[in-house]
Every structure is written in structure tokens, then in C-alpha cells.
Ligand binder design. Structure first.
Ligand code: KG4
Ligand code: ZN
Length: 333
């Protein structure tokens, strides 16, 4: 089945064409240049940029796939979670195309897209544990089958990527900050500063493996305000901060893996690009007998191929959504 996927939940406008599991085209238009000077995403600017980009991005995906709308057999679109104005742009376009072409339409939860993203690279058999780490999410899911995902933990405050972005802003490095911190950290000593690692006791929720990054962020902010680091000292802050984040992510993930008896681990989301996290996940996998899957970055960061894949699985089962399909900023999985 040829599926057109559309994704606009945050600050990337994306469209992809899939034939089954084969990605025929995956186009992503980044808005980094729009938000860079504000040090974070400005929702109203994100919506307006999606409006300008969405049709050209879909056209480019169809062109690259060598198909026309006449060849498309179904449409999959992200309906949440995300910025509501951004989501509505993709959803409106998806509905318009589906209605005018009489095509089946399915809404996809963005998180399910991430959880299934490793399937685009390789057939990863269920069950597997997923550490989803992006600018918007930091969660652990136990994926046992298509549509069966148990949330084992999530962040109680900032997402890991958000913490990277905020620390980059504190150090005056611009947005998005993850890649810059990663690069700066290479020349810094990771044992230089002992920033706090939050170890959470299970709360009232049934989830036992939550994360928290706000205390760490505040500790970095205080350190930078007092010490005014630059040059090698700033690199030490970056490396020590990054090590604290990676410690928390890896420790909690391993504890969750032990609890559910996982033998496979997937790391997805923009922070999966982090070189130190990748190194530590591969080492921990080798040490504890976990097959670690780190999908290529183009499928880790936001993209529409993962949405087309998740939606395509539903469409092939004959599932469809109605024209009343709506977006929800806080859509749960
Ligand atoms: O998945 P993504 O593209 O978008 C969201 O859904 O949020 O993730 C973007 C996040 C940003 O916070 C960015 O700073 C972070 O991923 N990121 C990184 C790296 N590359 C991107 N964080 C740490 N190290 C990196 N190399
Ligand atoms: Zn995402």
C-alpha cells in the first residue's frame, strides 16, 4: 500500500511516501533558522512556517518517490501530542487531500511513530524497551506488539533535549543546543564538576521509572552564574552536564529493562544523536546482554516516515478515521 505521511507536531514540517516498510521518500523542512534567535520554539511562528512549507514539502516527497497523488492509497497524519497550531496545519491539509481524492485517512499518535521508527531501518521483533528522548519527551515504553505500549516512566519536568537546549542557552550557545553541547563536551572533562543526578522514588503513579532534569538545569545555571566559565571551563561544564544526563538516562533504562526482562532496547528521538549516550548505551547493551538498536538519525528525529509506517499498519488492517478527526496537544498513547 502506498501511504503518504504528514507530520507537523512541532517545528519540523515533514512528508514521506512509504510502500509497505520501504521508504520511497522522506522530506523534512527544519525551522531552526526561524527559532534560533529566540533560544526556543515560538509556537505562532512555528504554525505560520508550517503553512508556508507544507504543500512544497508534500510535493517534494511525491516527486522524490516518483509518484503522484493519484498513486497514493492512504494518508496518515500526526494528531498529537504537540503544539496545537502546528498540528492543525498538517491535519487540515491531510483531510483536504483525503477528502478531495476519496482516500482513507488515519490519525497517528506522534509517540507511536517514534516507538515504531526502528522498524524503518530493520525488522525489530517485539517485545522491546524504548527510551524516547527528544526535545519534547523523555519516556520509557515497553512495546509488546503493534498498538500495545506500556509507559514505564516519563519526565516529571523538562525533557532531556529541553535540558540540553536550556543549558546551551545558559552558556550562550544558541538553539537547538544538543549538538553544540555534544561537540563542546568532546574537549571537556566530564568528571570536572559533579552536578546532581536525580534519583526518583516511585510516586503515586504506577510508573516506577520517571526522570527529572530541572534540578540539574538549575545547578548548571547557578554554577555558570557564579563561575562565568569560558573556553576550557565552559567545555568542562558541557561535558559534566552531559555526563549527568546520560548517567540518569542509562541507569533508569537499565533498571526498567531488568524489571520487565527486556532483551532488546531501542533509543529514539533527537537526543539519541548524542555521541556519549550512544557510546554508553552500546556499552551497557554489551555488558547486560541487551540488543541495542540505535536507528539512523533521520528516523530518530521528527520525520513523517515513522508516521506513514504507523498509519500504514492501521490502514492495512482496514482501520480509518472519520472527518471529525481532531488534533490534541496532550494526546496520550
Ligand atoms: O526529536 P527531535 O528532533 O524533536 C523533538 O521532538 O523534540 O529532538 C530535538 C532535540 C533538541 O532538544 C536537540 O537539542 C536535541 O534533540 N539534540 C541533541 C543532539 N542532537 C539533537 N541532544 C544531545 N546531543 C545531540 N547530539
Ligand atoms: Zn518527536
Amino acid at each position: 500500500m502506498i501511504v503518504l505521511g504528514i507530520e507537523s507536531s512541532c517545528d519540523d514540517t515533514a512528508a514521506a511516501v512509504l510502500a509497505g516498510r520501504t521508504v520511497r521518500a522522506s522530506v523534512v523542512a527544519s525551522q531552526d533558522a526561524v527559532h534560533h534567535k529566540y533560544g526556543g520554539i515560538v509556537p505562532e511562528l512555528a504554525s505560520r512556517s508550517h503553512i508556508r512549507a507544507v504543500i512544497p514539502v508534500i510535493d517534494r516527497a511525491l516527486d522524490q518517490a516518483g509518484v503522484t497523488l493519484g498513486d497514493v492509497e492512504g494518508i496518515a497524519v500526526t494528531t498529537g501530542p504537540g503544539l496545537i497550531g502546528s498540528l492543525l496545519v498538517g491535519l487540515s491539509v491531510a483531510k483536504a487531500i483525503a477528502f478531495s481524492r476519496r482516500l482513507p485517512l488515519v490519525g497517528v499518535n506522534h509517540l507511536e511513530g517514534h516507538l515504531l521508527s526502528p522498524q524503518l531501518d530493520d525488522e525489530v521483533p517485539f517485545p522491546y524497551l524504548v527510551l524516547l528522548v527528544s526535545g519534547g519527551h523523555t519516556s520509557l515504553y515497553w512495546a509488546t506488539a503493534l498498538g500495545r505500549y506500556q509507559c514505564l516512566g516519563m519526565t516529571r519536568d523538562d525533557a532531556a533535549g529541553e535540558a540540553f537546549d536550556k543549558v546551551a542557552k545558559i552558556l550562550g550557545l544558541g538553539y537547538p543546543g544538543g549538538r553544540v553541547i555534544d561537540e563542546l563536551a568532546r574537549s571537556g572533562q566530564r568528571e570536572a564538576i559533579r552536578f546532581p543526578r536525580a534519583r526518583l522514588k516511585p510516586g503515586r503513579s504506577p510508573r516506577s521509572f520517571d526522570f527529572s532534569f530541572s534540578g540539574l538545569k538549575t545547578a548548571v545555571w547557578q554554577y555558570v552564574r557564579e563561575q562565568q566559565p569560558s573556553g576550557a571551563a565552559a567545555a568542562a561544564v558541557a561535558a559534566s552536564f552531559q555526563e549527568a544526563v546520560v548517567d540518569m538516562l542509562v541507569e533508569t533504562t537499565l533498571a526498567a529493562a531488568r524489571q520487565v526482562g527486556a532483551t532488546r532496547l531501542v533509543v529514539a528521538g533527537g537526543v539519541a544523536a548524542n555521541s556519549r549516550l550512544r557510546q554508553r548505551v552500546l556499552a551497557a547493551g554489551a555488558e547486560f546482554g541487551l540488543a541495542a538498536h540505535l536507528p539512523p538519525l533521520r528516523y530518530c528525529t521528527d520525520n513523517a516516515a515513522m508516521i506513514a509506517y504507523a498509519g500504514g499498519c492501521r490502514l492495512e488492517l482496514g482501520q480509518r478515521d472519520e472527518w471529525t478527526l481532531n488534533a490534541a496537544a496532550d494526546l496520550e498513547l
